[in-house]
Design a protein around this ligand. Structure first.
Ligand code: FES
Ligand SMILES: [Fe+2]
Length: 433
């Protein structure tokens, strides 16, 4: 698939199935970088990662290196990490602090808003050399909602509001849990690379079907996580076979879609009385003090959690974290998982959440490692060319409107959210960039 004609691409997606080449064809992968990752709204980072002027992080949007930094005027800038002299990547570190961004090659120095400020040995520059014309390129469009920074590398296309709008409630759902109304992604990260296509991780984020099977070592047959007790002699977590009760079973859980490839699953109250611990009780007291008992109760009964914001991030509401999915090659993907600190919550509550995430989503964890294994096996299985189609038909035709949430609803063990992702995929992929 080299030139990606619209009708050729359209033949890869049918109502309940996807052609295997969308996971395995390197030419299609190149087209994805061009048609999705070079124009969609992508999550770049969170404002709390660059709290002070001069703070920066670096990442890639698709394959394009970018710097997200805080300028002196307080604004968050998304700059292309490419020297305007001879093209070197200007900032090499993943994060840091600098008053000037200085290229290692010939020392051109940029301000934190991308303006070129110093060119060494300036007498070598031609007469009409204009520093103003040599600033770092900026992402043409940047949008922010409650600290979540997104950028599009295309000047045109749907606005940030149109893209993110329906998912604002999901962001609110999580941010409101912080007594100070703010999150901080400042507790490090888990990062791993797996040998599989990027869409395998995307499809998995809201897949409730796999939970009791893919995670058989950590959940029981009803998809309920076993309770965990810490502190055997080595300080390792011990899995108890005692079932932790949660409201509603795995089979009844619902998924929702709202267009643009986005979706979420509903979940249970955080305050079911069985989760009570000194840390949680102290947190709840702080929250009630700030927002009142009634609102605290609403906040602790999130309706919109475990969200996927297509095409490169998710906000997980149970083991709270932000996940960023970065395609590297058709069969190679990087996943970064950021623990979330709820600003204003007692330290014990935040530490507890981060420790739980270490157990479920570190590189040596009980949960995420299961999924990575499934992705790698899917990628291997899909090398088989005697079966062309991947089935995503569970619950096809069973979707129903949810007027209350202004969304379309289905069972979370169905594949409605995956079909919605491919609808969005097709929308990007059919149109030449
Ligand atoms: S390539 Fe950056 S200063 Fe020359
Ligand atoms: Fe999983």
């Amino acid at each position: 698939m080299r030139n990606g004609h619209a009708d050729q691409i359209a033949r890869l997606i049918e109502p309940g199935r996807v052609h295997r080449s969308v996971y395995t064809d390197p030419d299609l992968f190149e087209l994805e970088l061009e048609r999705i990752f070079s124009r969609a709204w992508l999550f770049v980072g969170h404002a709390s990662q660059v709290p002070e002027p001069g703070d920066y992080i670096t990442t890639e949007l698709g394959r394009q290196p970018v710097i997200m930094c805080r300028h002196r005027d307080g604004s968050v800038q998304v700059l292309l990490n490419r020297c305007t002299h001879r093209g070197a990547k200007v900032v090499n570190e993943r994060k840091g602090h600098a008053s000037r961004l200085v290229c290692c090659y010939h020392g051109w120095a940029y301000d934190t808003d991308g303006r070129l400020v110093t060119v060494p040995v300036p007498e070598g520059c031609g007469e009409g050399f204009d520093k103003e014309a040599f600033g770092l390129a900026r992402a043409p469009r940047v949008g922010e909602y409650r600290g979540f920074v997104f950028a599009s590398l295309a000047a045109g296309g749907p606005s940030f509001e149109d893209h993110i709008g329906p998912m604002k409630g999901n962001i609110d759902d999580l941010v409101d849990r912080a007594p100070d109304g703010e999150l901080a992604l400042d507790a490090g990260m888990h990062r791993y690379v797996y040998n599989g296509n990027w869409k395998l991780q995307l499809e998995n984020v809201l897949d409730s079907y796999h939970v009791p099977f893919g995670h058989a070592s950590t959940v029981n047959k009803d998809g309920v996580q076993f309770a965990r007790r810490e502190g055997d002699s080595k300080g390792a977590a011990v899995i108890e076979t005692k079932k932790k009760e949660t409201a509603g079973s795995w089979r009844d859980r619902k998924s929702f879609i709202v267009g643009n490839g986005h979706g979420w699953t509903s979940n249970t109250t955080l305050d079911d009385g069985k989760r009570s611990s000194p840390a949680f009780d102290a947190y709840k007291r702080v929250l009630v003090d700030k927002v009142g008992a009634e609102r605290a109760n609403e906040i602790l009964t999130p309706r919109l959690h475990n969200s996927l914001i297509y095409p490169n991030m998710s906000i997980m509401g149970l083991n709270i974290h932000v996940r960023v999915i970065k395609p590297i090659a058709v069969d190679r993907t990087e996943v970064t998982i950021y623990p979330i600190r709820l600003c204003g919550a007692p330290d014990a509550m935040n530490f507890g959440n981060i420790r739980l995430l270490n157990v479920t989503h570190s590189a040596a964890s009980f949960v995420q490692t299961d999924d990575l294994e499934s992705f790698v096996r899917a990628q291997k299985g899909l090398q088989s060319s005697l079966t062309d189609w991947v089935d995503i038909s569970r619950g096809l035709g069973d979707e129903e409107p949810d007027r209350d949430l202004n969304a379309t609803r289905g069972l979370a063990t169905h594949e409605m959210v995956v079909r919605a992702q491919y609808k969005a995929w097709l929308g990007y992929m059919r149109e030449a960039a």
